[in-house]
Design a protein around this ligand. Structure first.
Ligand code: AGP
Length: 615
């Protein structure tokens, strides 16, 4: 999730763009850059690091004059964070510059074609390919920048929010959007471009938000004209008068980053499987796995090491790997694994899961595994993080920056990556039929919409939260794939509302915890239709007979549990192994609303840090 900022008008562009980038740093940063037109040429500076590093470098190395410019703060998806991979990117001629937020999935094939035509590339990014495709179209078709951008974008597959300008035509900026946000600030004889309104809200509160597959050639002194990229038809700009303040904009209008990130999950899951899940071709493409496929195929077992929520994602993965790929899996707390002198051989594959990629215990577990010759595969959300660099291979979750300390979209995107990996290995090991493999891929593509549907339970969940916000304890129960979800739900509640909560396999109730049940004990039970449903119903009846308060997460349309539970939250039906992606949603919302009602600091809970980089 990068940040883009652009300006064309009568003011000096540099201070506007730099300040705008600082405001977008919450969207993630590992590098930043700026390109300015000074009346005769383009001056460009970019660097790994934060916007403050860019300021220092730019002010020491280039002219920062000019009233036309574009800037970018990068959250890497292709190409590690370094100066060369930072944006903006020049075209080969040096006439064009681009900034881009998104992923071009078919950039490899396009790059090869351009190289055959003599184009050279200095970075590993998909963005540099796109700007040279645009340049090639301008040359070959003899068209201006706007038309060239339109033709080029009809050849790419993926997501983008881009801003491009041509030093030969410095009175315009071309923008286009698909899948990543892009707002145009409309001022008096000036225009602003940004990923959200935070960079320009102090200059104008008139904004046009491009819809998907729309583009615009922004010219000074002209009205904005929007066009549909696909068929060149006119789209009419809706100029909105924004009433948001800066903080509200950063949180996307949500009260907290955690709530914003809960609602980002459909997009985050889709971004995570984008380019990897190729149902039309019947393949799952994961470069980090393909490069080590034989080691995965020869592995005696998979050992998963992680902490906290990531450890819960690892537990879900254990059920999926063993059930689908028939590979033996052990899940270990990294903090335990690193010290218990575990048996590790060079026929083990260790999967390290970490949102931040900086968790000390997980990093230490990786080093131990490497010392024993195991292949170590990372599942991280931060490109270029320590764990991403320490592992032999990996697959990133494309969740975008997770600001809230309580992990939400990281959990569901980790499960998404691990499900893709399990399916890929299941197919390679012929542990799954072609038709089941295809069915799983098609169902995974339905998950973002089903998560959207699960989010519609928010209002009901808020009512339930009101009823139990003053509880002292809470139990969470689940079976099978939803046992780890019960653990995760309990962790969410305790870490942001400070209510003591425990998760258990539902069948464990009889081995002790049922002694806790009374009419003061809320019990959250995950009772979806798939996975030992009747057994869970029996557990619910046991709790009810002891006057426990039952909050049940059920498959939509369920009537049997509805008659037994005090509260019911419905989620859409899906495959049993995919239910965690849906059942976790109401539990995230429940913990969020209870914490808000208890006036807790939802995004920065007491005693906690977003990343535990020390033991
Ligand atoms: C989960 O909500 C917590 N923020 C915490 O348990 C977290 O999952 C754990 O510290 C692991 O962090 P990582 O994924 O960045 O390694």
């Amino acid at each position: 999730m990068c940040g883009i900022v652009g300006y064309i008008g009568y003011r000096e562009a540099y201070p506007i763009i730099i300040k705008g980038l600082e405001r977008l740093e919450y969207r993630g940063y590992d590098s930043a850059g700026i390109a300015l037109f000074d009346g005769s040429g383009i001056n460009l500076s970019k660097t790994k690091g934060k916007v403050e590093d860019l300021k220092a470098k730019a002010e020491a190395s280039i002219s920062i004059e000019g009233s036309l410019g574009i800037g970018h703060t990068r959250w890497a998806t292709h190409g590690v964070p370094n100066d060369v991979n930072s944006h903006p990117h020049y075209s080969n001629s040096g006439n064009l510059v681009i900034i881009h937020n998104g992923i071009i999935e078919n950039y490899g094939a396009i790059k090869e074609e351009l190289q055959n035509r003599g184009y050279t590339f200095s970075s590993d990014t998909d963005t540099e390919v796109l700007i040279n495709l645009i340049e090639e179209v301008m040359k070959k078709e003899g068209v201006m920048l706007g038309k060239a951008v339109q033709i080029a974008l009809n050849q790419v597959v993926g997501a983008y929010a881009i801003a491009v300008f041509d030093k030969e035509k410095p009175n315009e900026i071309v923008v286009a959007k698909l899948g990543s946000p892009l707002a145009i600030g409309v001022g008096e004889n000036e225009f602003f471009i940004a990923s959200d309104a935070s960079p320009f809200i102090e200059f104008t509160n008139n904004a046009v938000y491009l819809e998907d597959e729309e583009m615009a050639v922004i010219r000074l002194g002209k009205e904005i004209k929007l066009r549909k990229i696909k068929d060149d038809s006119i789209a009419y700009p809706l100029v909105q008068e924004l009433q948001l303040n800066l903080e509200e904009i950063e949180k996307g209008g949500y009260d907290h980053f955690m709530l914003k990130e809960i609602y980002e999950q459909p997009h985050a899951i889709k971004d995570t499987y984008r380019g990897r899940l190729r149902s039309a071709q019947g393949i799952i493409k994961m470069a980090g796995v393909d490069d080590h496929l034989q080691e995965f195929m020869d592995a005696d077992r998979i050992i998963i090491v992680a902490c906290g929520t990531s450890w819960h994602a690892g537990l879900v993965a254990e059920y999926i790997f063993e059930n689908l790929a028939r590979i033996s899996v052990e899940v270990e707390y990294a903090s335990e694994f690193r010290y218990r002198n575990p048996v590790i051989t060079d026929r083990d594959v260790v999967i390290a899961i970490s949102q931040s990629g900086e968790t000390a215990d997980t990093l230490a577990a990786i080093k131990l595994a490497k010392e024993h010759g195991a292949l170590v595969f990372g599942v991280c959300n931060v490109v270029g993080s320590s764990i991403a660099r320490e592992t032999h291979a990996g697959a990133y979750t494309h969740a975008g920056p997770e600001i809230g300390v309580a992990s939400t979209k990281a959990f569901t995107t980790q499960i998404t990556v691990l499900t893709l990996l399990a399916l890929k290995l299941a197919k390679e090991r012929k542990a799954i039929s072609e038709e089941d493999f295809t069915a799983y891929m098609l169902e995974l593509e339905e998950i973002p919409a089903k998560v959207e549907k699960a989010l519609e339970s928010n209002a009901i969940v808020e009512i339930i939260a009101e009823a139990y916000k003053d509880s002292s304890n809470c139990l969470y129960l689940g079976r099978g794939y939803n046992f780890p979800v019960a653990l995760e739900g309990a962790l969410k509640l305790k870490e942001i509302s400070y209510i003591h909560a425990e998760g258990y396999p539902a069948a464990e109730m009889k081995h002790g915890p049922i002694a806790l049940i009374d009419d003061q004990m809320p019990v959250v039970v995950i009772a979806t239709k798939k996975g030992h449903y009747e057994k869970v119903v029996s557990n619910i009846q046991e709790i009810k007979s002891r006057h426990g308060k039952i909050i049940a997460v059920v498959t939509e349309g369920d009537e049997q549990v509805r008659d037994l539970a005090d509260h019911v939250i419905e989620v859409p039906e899906t495959f049993e192994s995919l239910t965690p992606l849906l059942t976790t949603i109401p539990l995230q919302l429940l913990s969020y609303h209870i914490a808000v009602m208890r006036d807790c600091n939802v995004d920065q809970p007491r005693n906690l840090a977003k990343s535990v980089t020390v033991e």
